[in-house]
Design a protein around this ligand. Structure first.
Ligand code: FES
Length: 102
């Protein structure tokens, strides 16, 4: 059953910043875009690179390995070589707890 898991303090992730967290051994990236948080699979769907180590420009993440781009709101592929969308997760802030639904 889906549940919200606290992954970080909301004020520890600044606007424009991405961090990698682990939820039940699942690597998830959390990004702050102008105060709105987005969570998505940290592992690129092309090979096995950490997207949190890539570049974030507004709602687009660029993989550091071969520069595939994804829309972190929907997971949609915006640029190759990736062809499979990212999985994205609901996020909420409770007090200062940043929670991701998995
Ligand atoms: S591993 Fe991300 S583009 Fe290749």
């Amino acid at each position: 059953m889906a549940r919200f898991v606290t992954v970080a303090k909301a004020d520890s992730i600044q606007p424009g910043q991405m961090v990698k967290v682990e939820i039940d051994n699942l690597p998830v990236a959390v990004a702050n875009v102008g105060g709105t948080f987005h969570a998505f699979d940290d592992t690129c769907t092309h090979e096995d690179c950490s997207l949190a180590e890539g570049e974030l420009a507004r709602t687009t993440v660029t993989c550091p390995c071969h520069f595939a781009e994804f829309d972190i709101r929907t997971g949609a592929v915006l640029a190759p070589p990736a062809t499979v969308p990212l999985k994205v997760y609901p996020v909420r802030v409770e007090g200062n707890d940043l929670q991701v639904e998995v």
